[in-house]
Write a protein that binds this ligand. Structure first.
Ligand code: IVH
Length: 698
């Protein structure tokens, strides 16, 4: 593509203008992506604005040359938001990982324990290659492809239907007989040989190269212009199902039968799957695939084991974000040696000082690695890692690269052990070793710029407030200039609009985009809000558990204030929540009673609205909905784990102990002291049979 950037707009002839518009469309698209999705702008905002203005001026001069994918049509939208958001009918979950046979054995133990079965009972598994691409959900209504969505955050994905339609092995219509609605799930990927061709072609055109086939597939699918997707060699393997409305159609009983059905409908199912009866057979298959990996024309990063019997899958259900009935057994990580140039110290949002290895860049499994985590001081001492050493670096999938060990023979005679700094490299406050932990922590608290900025970064991150366009670079700048010191300040950033527009590297357009992205987040779900507070140890799953338990923010905050006293029933209640351990409970209570945090939250509440928790797919008519239940004794028909999962599925909360808040006690055989306690407190008690009846009611 020839560009005529040096020619002033007024002097462009028609042909040059057309070529220039094409070049600008591609370039602006790239910069949008760099800025909004990768948070890594390649040019200043002024340069970006001048590209936009040039594009507009040419369009004004030659209105009939305006392109379908004209950047001027997309102004005001960030590309990350340009695809319509779609709530999945059925969540698209991820898989737990196992890295060795022992962890696969643990997976089996958990599964048998959950089902209350002895390990000698036979359960069949299907072992399949784990394709390293990106997952997609394809909805077929009356046999026609009606929607395709990316995984997104698992709950909400992006509508990429027009793009998916361009992929030749995604059937537009199902063959044979099919249910009224069915969702087919699988992996989109680019073959290794096609990837090499694609990058060679891009190199010739002067386009940036893709790092690996997976990135190429993701970048190709998420194109605003389906014609670009169509020009990329995307392929699809089907491996599973989402929601289904059978309307009388008889569903397969095993995963294997489903794979056959998917083929009959016209999908390509990866042929390298195997039915396994024992752990040994599963491990053998893993070894076989790991050996044949290089001969395949697509990347795989492990093997997935799935329970074959679908009724067992149903019983096993899910835990947080992954099914209990499947696990991904990853291949061993890829490794490379390089030189450790330096050890720097990163300050996290809770003040933890993390040593980071600065490496001579090296390619590990197709990705360039220049930094690796060193975890903590003990890790450095244990492995005796010194600046200047040659080290073995390992990278497993998306996991942060690690240093395995030093290559001792290459060590210089003058090298010295690394001395961990005694003060914070950012604010200079003394560092303190945290009781019971190996970590050092900066004592600067909220006065430490690094901690404050890291908290803000967590606050705006994708799983928290998800504010696009507010990357670390901007947060540092705004913090330094005093515009944003606390989360609430983000929502007051509009007061500085004029000042922002005038600063170097910022254009009117990017300021507008940012402010509108912020405005869109004034309403936030309860679980995201809890997560965004950055309480130590509280990740998405525990935030979700608490949101589910407390239902709304005022009740949660009130209860946490009361829980300040350890002997209070509020503390006991928190500690009793399944999935919230005591250490977590202590961190939550401590954080939410810290005067600084209280002030931050109160200030924030003046700017935003936190919505009450939305119970997903739970009918509030069910007799168990909203109830606090407890179990005692041995259940004959389901394991304790299964019973708890069942109760939660219907919207009940399961407590480990009896208190006056308990609504219902389910007694199995040989009930213990809980039964006596419940009788004393006048709590309703039911037996297993009545419990099973309750579970049947939908
Ligand atoms: S089954 C409930 N089977 O791996 C989740 N996933 O780490 C069921 N993947 O998001 C997923 N090959 O994108 C399944 N044969 C396979 C797979 C596979 C690749 C991906 C998928 C998923 C991710 C989880």
């Amino acid at each position: 593509m020839t560009t005529y950037r040096q020619i002033p707009v007024q002097q462009l002839n028609r042909e040059q203008a057309s070529s220039e518009l094409a070049a600008l469309a591609t370039e602006i698209k790239l910069h949008n992506q760099q800025y909004h999705q990768l948070d890594a702008p390649l040019i200043s905002d002024q340069e970006y604005d001048s590209l936009i203005r040039r594009n507009q001026a040419i369009e004004q001069l030659y209105p009939d040359l305006k392109r379908i994918d004209s950047p001027s049509k997309q102004i005001g939208y960030s590309p990350a938001n340009t695809f319509e958001k779609v709530i999945h009918r059925q969540a698209m979950l991820s898989l737990d990982n196992a890295f060795n046979p022992d962890e696969v054995q643990e997976f089996l133990n958990r599964l048998y324990r959950f089902l209350g079965m002895s390990l000698s009972t036979n359960i069949d598994f299907i072992a399949e290659p784990k394709i390293d691409g990106l997952s997609i959900n394809l909805t077929y209504t009356n046999g026609q492809l009606t929607q395709a969505t990316t995984r997104g955050d698992g709950m909400v994905g992006e509508n990429v239907t027009n793009n998916a339609r361009t992929i030749s092995n995604i059937p537009a219509a199902l063959h044979g007989i099919f249910p009224r609605l069915v969702e087919v799930r699988g992996e989109i990927y680019i073959a290794k040989s096609h990837f090499i061709q694609l990058n060679a072609q891009r190199e010739k055109q002067g386009d940036t190269l893709f790092a690996n086939p997976r990135n190429a597939a993701a970048g190709s699918l998420r194109q605003l212009d389906p014609a670009i997707t169509a020009s990329r060699p995307l392929q699809f393997f089907a491996y599973g199902l989402g929601a289904i409305d059978t309307n009388g159609w008889t569903t397969p009983k095993t995963h294997q039968q489903w794979l056959i059905q998917l083929q009959e409908w016209g999908f390509i199912v990866n042929a390298n799957y195997r039915l396994c009866h024992t752990l040994q057979e599963m491990i053998d298959f893993h070894q076989y695939m790991e050996k044949s990996r290089d001969q395949l024309d697509y990347d795989i990063d492990g093997v997935v084991y799935k329970v074959n019997d679908l009724s067992l899958q149903q019983r096993l259900g899910f835990i947080s974000r992954a099914p209990r009935w499947a696990v991904a057994h990853k291949f061993s990580a890829e490794q490379a040696t390089t030189t450790l140039k330096d050890i720097t110290i990163q300050v996290g949002r809770t003040g933890i000082l993390t040593p980071v290895a600065e490496l001579e860049p090296v390619t590990v499994g197709g990705v360039v690695v220049s930094r690796a985590t060193l975890h903590n001081e003990d890790e450095i001492n244990r492995k005796d890692i010194r600046i200047g050493d040659k080290v073995l670096v390992r990278r497993a999938g998306d996991v942060i690269p690690q240093i395995m060990h030093v290559i001792p023979s290459t060590r210089s005679a003058t090298s010295k052990p690394f001395v961990f700094p005694q003060k914070c490299p950012v604010c200079g406050h003394p560092a303190k070793r945290v009781d019971g932990l190996v970590a050092w922590r900066c004592t600067g608290g909220i006065t430490c710029a690094a901690q404050a900025v890291e908290r803000l970064r967590h606050f705006v991150s994708r799983d928290a407030f998800d504010i696009t366009g507010l990357g670390i670079r901007h947060l540092e700048e705004f913090y330094r200039d005093g515009f944003v010191k606390t989360p609430a300040d983000i929502f007051r950033l509009h007061q500085h609009q004029d000042n922002l527009v005038n600063r170097v590297g910022w254009g009117k357009l990017s300021v507008q985009n940012l402010l509108s992205a912020i405005e869109q987040r004034r309403h936030i779900s309860f679980e995201r809000f809890i997560y965004s507070l950055g309480i130590p140890q509280i990740g998405q799953v525990s935030a979700q558990i608490m949101a589910h338990y407390y239902q709304e923010l005022p009740r949660f905050l009130h209860s946490m204030r009361q829980a300040h006293a350890k002997e209070s029933s509020a503390y006991q209640e928190l500690d009793d929540i399944e999935g919230i351990g005591q250490a977590m409970a202590d961190d939550i209570v401590m954080t939410l009673n810290d005067p600084e945090q209280i002030a931050v939250i109160e200030d924030l509440m003046r700017e935003i609205t936190v919505q009450p928790y939305k119970n997903l797919q739970i009918s509030d008519n069910h007799a168990l909905y909203g109830k606090i239940v407890a179990f005692t004794g041995t259940l004959q028909h389901m394991s304790r784990h299964e019973a708890k999962a069942m109760a939660e599925k219907f919207g009940a909360k399961v407590a480990n102990n009896i208190s006056k808040k308990t609504d219902l006690l389910i007694c199995g055989e040989d009930a213990g002291s809980k039964e006596t306690q419940a009788k004393l407190l006048g709590i309703k008690i039911i037996d297993e049979k009545t419990w099973l009846d309750l579970c049947q009611q939908i």
